[in-house]
Design a protein around this ligand. Sequence first.
Ligand code: GLN
Ligand code: ZN
Length: 709
Amino acid sequence: MKTSIQGYPRLGKKRELKFALENYWDSKITLSELCDISKQIQSDNWNTQSKLSFQPVGDFSLYDKMLDMAVLLGVIPERFAKADYFEMARGAQALEMTKWFNTNYHYLIPEFDSNFPKHPVDHSVILSQIAWAKQCQVKNPVAVLMGPMTFLALSRGAQQPEIIFERYADLLNAIAKTGIDWVQIDEPILATSQNLDALKGYYAKLTGSPLKIIIQTYFDHVGEHYTWLRDLPVEGIGLDFIYGPENFDLITQHGFPHHKLLFAGLIDGRNVFAASKTEVEQCTRFLLEHIPEQQLVLSTSCSLLHVPLTIKGETHLPPGLAFAEEKIREVLGIQFHTEVATKPNPAVRQRIANHKPVERSPYVKRSEIQQAHLNLPTLPTTSIGSFPQTQEIRALRHKLIQKEITPENYDQQIQQYIQDWVRWQEQIGMDVLVHGEFERNDMVEYFAQQLQGFVFTQQGWVQSYGSRAYRAPIVYSDVSRPKSMTVKESVFAQSLTSKPVKGMLTGPVTMLNWSFVRPDLSREQVCKQIALALRDEVLDLEKHGIKMIQVDEPALREGLPLQQDKQQAYLDWAVEAFHWTVNEVQDKTQIHTHMCYSDFENIIEDIRKLDADVLSIEFARSHTQLLELLRDKHYTNAVGPGVYDVHSPAIPSVDDLKKQISKLLDKLPAKQLWVNPDCGLKTRKTDEARQALAHMVEAAREVRPVAIS
Ligand code: GLN
Ligand code: ZN
């Protein structure tokens, strides 16, 4: 049987791309040195892929595929007319970035403005990769492109689709001239419920190309787009049977055309667990009942971009995992890893089964009790949790890991930071304090490391965007909490002040969505296991005198399935899990939550159902409609729309901040509002964080008398 994959990790074995990019940006290496390193990564990748029937070419990128596509199609906003590639990716006025469907990868959002279609196209991004593939004698290269529908659907201000499709056709012709036979056009947008009828007609412009075209979809089933796709005059169709098993039904119901190849995504391309040999064989047999063997290509469900490179060299991992390199071997059928069935933890399972959800009193009642208990001013000021993670703090953690200092010594020094910052927050007159999260390397890993059920890679880096990579924890078995995780730091901070200090936890849904989860465990079950572990932490904090607890859920939106009919079920259990975590506290204990950098406007109804006493939410970036929406949707719990952008080193002046607070007051009543930044301050320098917060507190103090009257 034929075999393929859709794409491969770009970072390199030792994250060479990351370091090369950073060195290039720091002018430590030249562009040609950067290109040499990129070429080496690509040829290493093709070597690993040599036994497959098809090798992807052009799946590599110096920053991002969407950005590359904008260059290929000449969709360059006026402000970059003379700028270079990296200006658009990370310059002062860079394109905006957002999450790639429901993954943790970020892409740059192409922008159409008056510079389109004036700006010329530039085909060199892909042609240079094809030329290099030829030099490396790649056996059967497939040029990988982002599809025009997906490109248009995800761009800002998309216009003149006919020109985009014409330019696309030109691009295909240019690629055909290189002598390459195949092109893979990625159209993941077809796996969403979005109506694409207006764009479908233009596809005829592409199908006259001399190239053999594969339309590749992934992340879910293609639903009502199936018959259109089936009838399109192309040579291949790629379907994801792992995240869209409904694709099996679509084939049985509507048939699969003769003479087309089916690129059957039967190996999970975005999770780190080994495939089950029996399952792959069963699925293959099923497909063979409907499709002749010569039309079937065994493939991954999506690009392997979303998993680490290899388990080789990992010394702490249990059996049953497969990263990119191992997944290729699975596709080839030469290696299936030992399947390891989950060993259930009966106590955890029983606890989930027996859990009786509790409801809190209505918000109006709680808020009165809390006001009496906490005695906060109008427009209370607070921050989101983290303070700068300085080089010094990182070095301290490094010393602890290297055992150069004792845990006691480490704790002592962390306490010193907490103390300094608590004093400082008191000095500037902040109303609700935080301890600063100095002890945390990462908001998910910190908790995962203290919970049972997670395992960790040493080198399992996955690209997040550009040169940035993360190592997600892996949920390997049932999750439970052996002992308290944050009580020590929170209680210490609270002991230093009479102002309330917020306890600070990462919520169950975010823990789930920012981890790899074993596919034979239900995501809902895992989420609820984490929820109960966190519930114990919440009650522990409350018992130790913590009056406010913030449960962060910035990734609530990320687990949302692509297909609409699956979305509500997810949101329902996600909200339920949050309730399991927080609902058992007393009325006087104030529950906060925090959300940022996602399209939360679409899930306001579900955010309301969370029913947190206070919601701090990112506002400075692109959520201009947020306040109207909260008002129109009758969101009445307290809310703190961020008054400044934490990702900019610029320090907002007191005047700027007063204006920003007044803007909030125009839309929402003072008694509903809090004053806080957009998000945590861990990426800021100490001075930047302090000056901005001091200005924020001052601005709130000056606006307050007007707001009350
Ligand atoms: N409490 C976290 C912090 O301040 C929240 C981070 C986030 O929203 N991603 O760092
Ligand atoms: Zn945030």
